[in-house]
Design a protein around this ligand. Structure first.
Ligand SMILES: Cc1cc2nc3c(=O)[nH]c(=O)nc-3n(C[C@H](O)[C@H](O)[C@H](O)COP(=O)(O)O)c2cc1C
Length: 175
């Protein structure tokens, strides 16, 4: 995959399309230690917070990836060409607790440039992030009662803000 370094000011993403249609792979852990896990995510945001480029991701505490998000300081977000849709479906339906689902997809984890969490050789866009904030979703703050239907088990997401410390992507992702 032909990726170059992209400055945040030059990053081009169709924000809603990115999360809702394309999907994103969240990876947390430490590549050098050989301890990491990935899961597909469809809810999140990319923007600016406290004057820094940042992403927001939301992770239910039951996810194996949650344990890595809690233990490690960094994570990466990767997007892939459409041909990897089945890999993202698998990583979003199986748990890393139950076996090596990353190996099953054939994707190739690799060292990131600025963070311990790995990224993927096949990715077309990689955002390397350092955790800067977390909070737990507070159901009494849901202003639209429809939101609560997402939580029949009351397993409210933990919200993480990550500062984006490096971006690498194909030319379509920058201007
Ligand atoms: C398209 C898609 C989007 C998803 N978005 C999220 C999300 O934003 N947050 C979340 O906690 N789980 C989300 N999931 C579910 C996890 O990816 C799924 O439960 C996964 O198997 C967890 O793997 P793990 O146990 O190895 O962490 C999504 C799944 C799919 C298929």
């Amino acid at each position: 995959m032909e990726r170059t370094s992209i400055l945040f000011d030059s990053l081009l993403v169709k924000a809603h399309h990115l999360w809702n249609n394309q999907w994103v792979l969240l990876t947390s852990g430490d590549f050098a230690e050989g301890r990491f896990n990935s899961m597909t995510i469809g809810w999140g945001s990319v923007g600016t917070m406290w004057g820094k480029p940042f992403v927001q991701v939301v992770v239910r505490p039951i996810r194996y990836t949650y344990e890595f998000m809690e233990r490690y300081d960094t994570f990466t977000l990767s997007t892939f060409p459409e041909t990897y849709r089945r890999a993202l479906q698998l990583l979003g339906s199986k748990s890393g607790r139950d076996g090596d689902k990353i190996a099953e997809t054939g994707l190739t984890p690799m060292a990131s440039t600025q963070v311990a969490a790995p990224s993927f050789a096949e990715a077309e866009l990689i955002m390397e992030c350092r955790k800067m904030y977390w909070d737990d979703m507070e159901p009494t703050h849901f202003l639209d009662p429809v939101i609560d239907k997402n939580y029949p088990q009351k397993d409210y997401h933990r919200i993480y803000f990550g500062e984006i410390v490096a971006i690498h992507g194909e030319s379509a992702y920058s201007k």
